[in-house]
Write a protein that binds this ligand. Structure first.
Ligand SMILES: Nc1ncnc2c1ncn2[C@@H]1O[C@H](COP(=O)(O)OP(=O)(O)OP(=O)(O)O)[C@@H](O)[C@H]1O
Ligand SMILES: [Mg+2]
Length: 279
């Protein structure tokens, strides 16, 4: 990590709908097992933004999300979510996290869509047997919001990849989360479902005032959908409107990769990831 933030155009944002601050990160450093994995990261996210988080394997994307939800603690720097420290009681339920491979629910676990989404309403104050009328209504509304009306009572093992991903997103939303953190939600989703899933996420930002940070290796999907891209490789290498994302050769040079042969295009490893689908 060289701490080079010169390419960042972080202040030229994508006209967020409001100036309400959802996430404020200042000079954040995070270490795992004694090794620094994030260094001097500063990011501001406003309500209504749809942010794509990209970067090479091991670049710290998941670590950043884990720090936002309070699982990992900063070594240095400050992080505020809805103006509070991560996992503060005041922002209980306001952040929805869909972990990497969340949709890999073992086939032998029999649970319906409605039951899965209801799990999202669990918190330290309630358990499922004591769901309030409001929470029950919330579950139904969320199922509708993600386009799963009609399959509420279907076992999740019977869903398509796209439907399953919608169901785990609905579980994250059911707590009334306003800020969604999605780690690789497009893996295992076929192209048709991928497009409608991305449309759903875009609608959630535009029509429901949600704020989304989405990790994906699918650069095509990210550039076509999100308004802003953050390229993370231990440090923030790029942060700005999607249309300003440097081309692949430039990204490679940001990462310090040199051409071995003058006529050879250098493509970063993360762009060549098998998880990345063609347009
Ligand atoms: N539990 C852990 N203990 C120690 N180091 C870890 C742990 N988990 C991840 N790391 C290290 O932290 C760094 C960042 O990993 P992280 O999982 O955040 O990257 P990522 O960008 O999400 O990668 P990927 O694209 O492969 O999901 C890597 O060097 C990784 O080896
Ligand atoms: Mg990861």
């Amino acid at each position: 990590m060289d701490g080079n933030n010169d390419r960042s155009v972080g202040n030229i944002m994508n006209n967020p709908k409001t100036e309400e601050s959802i996430l404020e990160i200042r000079n954040l450093s995070v270490a795992r097992s004694g090794v620094k994995v994030l260094e001097n990261v500063s990011i501001d996210v406003k309500r209504g933004e749809f942010v794509g988080l990209v970067g090479p394997n091991g670049g710290g994307k998941t670590s950043l999300l884990l720090t936002i939800v309070g699982v990992l603690k900063p070594q240095n720097g400050e992080i505020l979510v809805f103006g509070n420290r991560p996992a503060d009681n005041k922002s209980l339920g306001m952040v929805g996290w869909v972990p990497q491979a969340a949709a890999n629910i073992p086939k032998h676990i029999h649970i319906t869509v409605r039951e899965l989404v209801s799990l999202g309403t669990l918190n330290h104050k309630n358990y499922l047997g004591k769901m309030s009328t409001y929470q029950k209504r919330r579950v139904e509304e969320t199922i509708q919001m993600v386009g799963l009306s009609g399959v509420e009572n279907v076992d999740v093992s019977k869903l398509s990849g796209g439907q399953l991903q919608r169901a785990v997103i609905a579980r994250a939303l059911a707590s009334e989360a306003d800020f969604l953190l999605l780690d690789e939600p497009l893996v295992g989703v076929d192209r048709g479902s991928r497009n409608s899933l991305l449309k759903l996420l875009d609608n959630l930002c535009h029509d429901f005032d949600k704020t989304i940070m989405m990790v994906s290796h699918d650069l095509t999907a990210i550039t076509q959908t999100t308004h802003r891209i953050i390229y993370l490789e231990g440090v923030v290498q790029f942060d700005g409107p999607t249309e300003f994302l440097p081309d692949l050769n430039e990204l490679a040079s940001i990462r310090g990769i040199e051409h071995v042969h003058s006529n050879t295009h250098v493509v970063p490893e993360w762009v060549k990831s098998p998880e990345r689908e063609s347009p």
